[in-house]
Design a protein around this ligand. Structure first.
Ligand SMILES: [Fe+2]
Ligand SMILES: [Fe+2]
Length: 189
């Protein structure tokens, strides 16, 4: 039995479980807020931490791991539909990384008092959170099972040898700058 496949995919799946938790909690809380009932500003500290975290870990560690997995997968005689799904998620990694940077900057601008169109930013953040969640669902429902079916032991070996095994800075390293966001998310259990 190929023991490397479960290790590699298990790491991606457990990343998703943590990302889904933090994204879902913020999406539900922010989506539920009526702007005239609760100030949007109350969420900005958590959002600033969220975007810093995504820029540091999902964008820099998780997506590059998946990029290597998907690059390997497209060499395996996929159907046009399967290839389309892989290419869509590869393209979304670049789009999401650019969006993380842009929204992070806008939130920092708002925090530092620069004028930003808040209603537009709020809608953009909600759309971004939905896109992240849909992106992960596509991977879990279609792309990871496809990789399990198509890749060989040698493929998993090569992928694993390039892994850096870095720990999640919020959930595992429990870095102080993410402490408030971590407590907010885990308090929602
Ligand atoms: Fe991804
Ligand atoms: Fe992913």
């Amino acid at each position: 039995m190929n023991v490397l496949m479960p290790v590699f995919l298990e790491r991606l799946r457990s990343d998703h479980a943590r990302f889904s938790k933090v994204l879902t909690v913020l999406k539900e809380q922010i989506g539920a807020v009526q702007r005239d009932q609760e100030p949007w500003a109350g969420w900005l500290e958590h959002l600033a931490a969220l975007f810093e975290y995504i820029g540091e870990y999902p964008d820099m560690e998780h997506h590059p791991m998946e990029d290597r997995l998907f690059d390997c997968l497209v060499d395996h005689g996929l159907t046009p539909a399967e290839r389309g799904l892989v290419e869509r998620n590869l393209a979304e990694h670049a789009e999401l990384t650019a969006a993380t940077r842009r929204l992070s900057e806008e939130i920092q601008d708002l925090l530092s008092g620069t004028e930003v169109h808040e209603a537009t930013l709020r809608e953009d953040v909600l759309a971004y959170l939905s896109m992240q969640l849909a992106h992960m669902r596509r991977e879990e429902e279609h792309l990871f099972p496809l990789a399990e079916k198509m890749l060989t032991s040698a493929d998993w070996q090569a992928l694993e040898s390039k892994s850096r095994h870095l720990e999640d800075p919020m959930f595992h390293q429990r870095q102080a700058r993410y402490q408030n966001l971590y407590q907010f998310v885990t308090a929602a259990d």
